[in-house]
Ligand binder design. Structure first.
Ligand SMILES: [Cu+2]
Length: 123
């Protein structure tokens, strides 16, 4: 008899614990997966509103550069001299390329929207 009562009390306590754990976990405290992982250690170019940000970026030779396209249309990061070219990066997607090994100033455009200009400086 007492064993049955004990078990009932136990399961009630467990239920309360489970409910408490549930309601104490704030909804939406976690960022959606993929949108904000650990910050990449390399450089980054963000494309937004048909503009490269920053418009001028200076990196060491061979630096890995992440390109994040925050527009809804595809863009590219294409060096005028073709020393780098991400090809089309879909809207909302990201890509990466490696900065040239040779120091210098590398103007680049979006090959799809050729009025989009920016410069990568390697030094
Ligand atoms: Cu574009």
């Amino acid at each position: 008899m007492t064993a049955v009562r004990l078990r009932a009390a136990l399961s009630a306590a467990l239920l309360a614990l489970a409910l408490g754990a549930c309601s104490s976990s704030p909804a939406g405290s976690h960022a959606p997966a993929g949108s904000s992982g650990p910050a990449p250690s390399g450089a980054r170019i963000t494309i937004k509103d048909f503009r490269f940000q920053p418009a001028t970026l200076t990196v060491p030779p061979g630096q890995s550069i992440t390109v994040v396209n925050e527009d809804s249309t595809a863009h590219t990061v294409t060096a005028d001299d073709r020393s780098f070219d991400t090809k089309a990066v879909s809207g909302g997607a990201s890509a990466a390329f490696t900065a040239p090994a040779k120091a210098g100033s590398y103007p680049y455009i979006c090959a799809i929207h050729q009025y989009m200009h920016a410069t990568l400086t390697v030094s």
